[in-house]
Structure formats: structure tokens, C-alpha cells
Design a protein around this ligand. Structure first.
Ligand code: FMN
Length: 223
């Protein structure tokens, strides 16, 4: 698989097979991904990979936690700006409608939508979870470096026949995650990621998220 194929075939996968990922594979990918560039070579990403018994434990914690605190815990950062303006607002609306459309869950059926969203916290059945945290003293450039690291992970996963779903929803439960991951006070969770083999029969995996046309986000100047 070349880079173009890895990019083209990467999608957020929201239904995984109950098939374990070889530990040496994910160890290699986590290491290789660290070739990502970062401003000043700070390499600000802090990565934790969770599988097996600890993953089961986290899933059980989250089953309880989403009942106790369905709206989440006091947030450490906003996953979106408070007021999402055009065209971002429409794009966000669209992806939600497309996903729930694939699942056959209408907008009015809030309990079904909530139940589906809760699957995030079971990693959509994935056997492996990855978390990326960052030092609180870092700023937007370093957060962007973390994104480059994570994209490397996702592309390398594709090369190995694996799939993923980045999951910012974990930022809804920062205190629970700080405890579970044993993060020192100066670090905070950025995002989680479900990793595994895609379930080809999962309806959610039929979703192909669209993209804005190039002219909407790029100006070619002098060419
Ligand atoms: C940082 C980040 C966080 C995300 N968080 C979630 C999430 O919590 N749950 C989810 O189902 N998808 C999540 N996504 C997936 C996006 O919805 C997805 O990338 C977008 O709709 C484009 O679709 P694609 O990844 O299939 O191309 C996240 C993506 C990124 C990059």
C-alpha cells in the first residue's frame, strides 16, 4: 500500500471485529509514527495503548460513568467553539445526519442517538485503544503536532490492514480518564482512538464522509 492508498482508504470505523491485534504490530506502529514532524522537534505527544484486562476495566467504568454523568464531567477544553459558524456548522450537522441516516435513527429519537453515541465509550467493540495526552503548558502548535503523530498512526494502521476511529468524546470525561490513565497533573487528555479490524457488516461502516471541494479551502496563488 502506498501513501495515497492509505490516505484514501482511511475512514473513521465505528464497528470492529472481536479479533485481537498482535501486540508487536501496535508497538511497531506507535514507534514508527513518531517520525512525525513537530515544531522544534518537541515531540509533544504522550501515548498510552490499552488492551486486554485494563481495557475491559475501562469499558466497565464507562458503562457506569455515562449513567451517573450522561453529560460528562467539567471539561478541560472545548472540542468545538461555543458558536460554530458557517460553513463548519453545516458540515457538522451533515456528518451527524449522514451517520444516523446510515443507522436508521431519526433526529427525533434522542434516546436511540444517545445509546449509539455511548458506543464510543466501548470503543465500538475494538480490542485496542490509544490515548494521546499533552502537557497543559503546550499551545496550539503543539496540539497540531499531536495531530500529525495521530495521522501517522492511522495511516500505518491502514498499511497493516487495521482501522481506527479517533475519539475526542473521551474529553467529556477528563477526570475519570486522568485517574484511569494515571496522568500527572501537568498533563491532560487530548483524544482517544479505537483500533482494530473493521467489521464489514457494521451499518455505521457504510458511512463515507464527504469533503468540501478544493476550491472551498485552497487558493492557488501564482500557479
Ligand atoms: C480529533 C478527532 C476526534 C474525533 N472524535 C470522534 C468521536 O469522538 N467519535 C466519533 O465517532 N468520531 C470522531 N471523529 C471522527 C470524525 O467524525 C471523522 O474524522 C470525520 O467525520 C471525517 O470522516 P472520516 O474520518 O471517516 O473521513 C473524530 C475525528 C478527529 C480527527
Amino acid at each position: 500500500m502506498n501513501v495515497s492508498e492509505a490516505i484514501a482508504s482511511r475512514r473513521s470505523i465505528r464497528g470492529f471485529l472481536d479479533r485481537p491485534v498482535p501486540p508487536e504490530l501496535i508497538r511497531r506502529i506507535v514507534e514508527q509514527a513518531a517520525r512525525a514532524p513537530s515544531g522544534g522537534n518537541l515531540q509533544p505527544w504522550h501515548i498510552q495503548v490499552v488492551a486486554g484486562e485494563p481495557l475491559q476495566e475501562l469499558k466497565a467504568i464507562m458503562r457506569r460513568r455515562i449513567e451517573e454523568a450522561p453529560r460528562g464531567e467539567p471539561k478541560e477544553y472545548d472540542t468545538y467553539p461555543e458558536e460554530l459558524v458557517s460553513p463548519y456548522k453545516e458540515r457538522r450537522y451533515r456528518i451527524g445526519e449522514d451517520l444516523y441516516g446510515q443507522l436508521g435513527i431519526p433526529r427525533e429519537d434522542k434516546p436511540a442517538r444517545r445509546a449509539w453515541f455511548a458506543r464510543n465509550f466501548q470503543f465500538f467493540g475494538a480490542p485496542l485503544a490509544l490515548f494521546c495526552s499533552i502537557d497543559r503548558r503546550m499551545g496550539p502548535p503543539q496540539w497540531s503536532d499531536c495531530g500529525m503523530y495521530l495521522q501517522n498512526v492511522m495511516l500505518l494502521l491502514r498499511e497493516a490492514g487495521l482501522d481506527s476511529c479517533p475519539q475526542e468524546c473521551w474529553a467529556m470525561y477528563p477526570q475519570t480518564m486522568q485517574r484511569f490513565l494515571g496522568l500527572p497533573p501537568h498533563q491532560m487528555l487530548f483524544t482517544g482512538m479505537a483500533i482494530g479490524y473493521a467489521d464489514p457488516d457494521a451499518p455505521a461502516n457504510r458511512l463515507h464522509a464527504g469533503r468540501a471541494s478544493t476550491s472551498e479551502f485552497c487558493q492557488f496563488i501564482g500557479l
